[in-house]
Design a protein around this ligand. Structure first.
Ligand SMILES: Nc1ncnc2c1ncn2[C@@H]1O[C@H](COP(=O)(O)OP(=O)(O)O)[C@@H](O)[C@H]1O
Ligand SMILES: N[C@@H](CCOP(=O)(O)O)C(=O)O
Length: 390
């Protein structure tokens, strides 16, 4: 549950967002599960800034303000970023290029702010591997929304935080689980989001006036529209406490965009019915204690996304075929995590043995992988007053 921080007296705050796995087999773009592996933002508050609001008398005045590349520089001056830990070198610290701060900028601008109202320094500790299907981008987006909410004291409701995250991420499975925690099923209110032009593209529309670094990220000439309200609906589902996930994480990255591009536009009635039958059973079966391995293993099979992604992930099909309860004691079921390439094996025992065996299967297919045994994070993203250690 995310809280709003009152930044009046505090010297800083901390935001923590869990990693997620999406789909769980048949629940493509529908099911998400939060893990106790976190993206953490330690935020130090500095001096208050002047002229942070988009004050304008006329539309043309607003246009003049926002088409001025200096406004990009103003935003950049209001925030500094540093990374520590895993992936430190891989992510941009320019606030106009970093997904966390770009998201925060979008939320700020939609509320009439040109920049953060106080200078902030953000240290990002990211334990979530990038581009592996463990929801790193969804967590970064949720962190960005919470950052703007806390820094500008916007007091957004949970539903509104989700609206902003969805305006950017577009599929609700990862962001719903990251924000809420636990095992979550959600759907998008189709028309509202479909009619909302992609939020980040609007906010960061490249300028056609030149190629300088500042121009390239000049905001579009209009303030971004607010996303529609209540763009999604969700339900938090029961999760049997015996179940942990073995995440087998290949050392290569696969972008979600590429793995989505591999999917067909249309499906047969047979494939649709196959998934509907299984996802309905799965949402209930994963909450039952003790879990029924035979029921779950079959219910985690999928015909909508995994068959089209096996070509991108050597060893995936073998893992799906071999890590079944009949073959490996303790296993409940196996699936691709999100868009991959990580494979998730749900199990009630023998987690370390399963992890070792699964790494070997990847290795036989020429893929080096590490494995982690992950607990479900029942608490979602949070934001608390906390002064970072200097
Ligand atoms: N902590 C972070 N800070 C900034 N950007 C991030 C962070 N985590 C993820 N991203 C962005 O998201 C991209 C990965 O997104 P994606 O391809 O959807 O993979 P994943 O399955 O990990 O979500 C990264 O290359 C980076 O651009
Ligand atoms: N439903 C999406 C989930 C993408 O998750 P990610 O963790 O890979 O970003 C999909 O399968 O494309």
């Amino acid at each position: 549950m995310a809280e709003t921080v009152s930044n009046s007296g505090a010297a800083g705050f901390e935001i923590r967002v869990p990693a997620t796995t999406a789909n769980l087999g048949p629940g493509f773009d529908t099911l998400g599960l939060a893990f106790s592996l976190y993206l953490t933002l330690k935020v130090r508050l500095g001096e208050s800034l002047q002229n942070t609001l988009l004050i304008h008398d006329t539309y043309s005045e607003l246009e003049r303000v926002l088409s001025n590349p200096k406004q990009c520089a103003a935003f950049t001056d209001s925030v500094t970023l540093a990374y520590e830990g895993e992936n430190s070198a891989d992510l941009p610290t320019d606030p106009t290029q970093n997904l966390i701060t770009k998201t925060a900028w979008y939320v700020l601008r939609a509320h009439g702010y040109l920049k953060f109202p106080r200078k902030i320094h953000v240290t990002v500790a990211n334990a979530i591997p990038l581009g592996r299907g463990l929801g790193s981008s969804g967590s970064a987006v949720v962190a960005g929304v919470l950052l703007a909410n806390a820094a500008a004291n916007l007091r957004l409701t949970q539903a509104r935080l989700l609206d902003f995250a969805l305006a950017i991420e577009r599929h609700p499975d990862n962001v719903s689980a990251a924000l809420l925690g636990g095992f979550v099923a959600s759907y998008l209110m189709d028309d509202s989001m479909a009619s909302h032009t992609r939020a980040l593209e609007e906010t960061f529309q490249p300028s056609d006036q030149g190629n300088s670094a500042t121009d390239a990220y000049a905001p579009s000439a209009i303030a971004p529209r607010m996303p529609p309200s209540n763009t999604s609906r969700y339900v938090q589902l029961a999760w049997a406490s015996e179940i942990r996930a073995v995440a087998v994480i290949p050392q290569f990255q696969l972008s979600t965009a590429k793995a989505r591009a591999a999917l067909p536009q249309n499906y047969s009635r047979g494939d649709l019915v196959f998934n509907l039958q299984r996802v309905a059973v799965l949402t209930h079966a994963l909450g039952q204690s003790p879990p029924d391995a035979v029921l779950i293993s079959e219910a985690m099979r999928d015909q909508v996304h995994q068959p089209y992604r096996t070509g991108l992930i050597p060893g995936l099909q073998q893992l799906l075929d071999e890590f079944v309860p009949e073959e490996v004691p303790g296993v409940l079921g196996t699936c691709l995590s999100g868009a991959g390439p990580t494979v998730i094996i749900l199990a009630t025992a023998n987690w370390d043995t399963i992890a070792q065996k699964a790494r070997q299967t990847f290795a036989l297919n020429g893929v080096e992988a590490k494995a982690m045994v992950l607990e479900v994070a029942h608490d979602g993203a949070c934001c608390v007053d906390k002064a970072p250690v200097a």
